[in-house]
Structures are given as structure tokens and as C-alpha cells.
Write a protein of this length. Structure first.
Length: 68
């Protein structure tokens, strides 16, 4: 049962990551390093974290504008 729960957590994290990527793309923003953090997946009971990664100053400005 614990393995199934872990698999569901990872699946949910992947779905959320895809939702975020799609929303950012619709706003004209691409974060090249956007991914699930591999270290958070390597645990016995994964607790996935989204890694937003690095971006250019222009992308950071655009992201800030969208959030405002």
C-alpha cells in the first residue's frame, strides 16, 4: 500500500508540473530547468518537490509581471 501511495504522489507531482509548465507557456514564459527535484524522488517514500531552476533576468521580469 505504501508503494502505491508513493506512486500516486509522484504521479500527482508530474501532473502538477505539467499544469504549471502549460500555464507558464500560455503566459509566454519558459523555465528551461523546470522539473521534479530528483533528490526528493530518491527517498524511500518520495515527497516530490518542483524545482523551478534558473532563468534569465528577462524571464524573471516577465514572471513577476504575470504574478502581479
Amino acid at each position: 500500500m505504501e508503494a502505491r501511495h508513493s506512486a500516486l504522489c509522484v504521479e500527482e507531482a508530474e501532473d502538477t508540473l505539467n499544469e504549471l509548465r502549460t500555464a507558464l507557456e500560455k503566459a509566454g514564459i519558459t523555465l528551461l530547468s523546470l522539473r521534479l527535484d530528483p533528490a526528493s524522488l530518491a527517498r524511500e517514500a518520495p515527497c516530490p518537490l518542483v524545482e523551478l531552476g534558473r532563468c534569465s533576468m528577462e524571464t524573471a521580469r516577465r514572471l513577476a509581471a504575470v504574478i502581479r
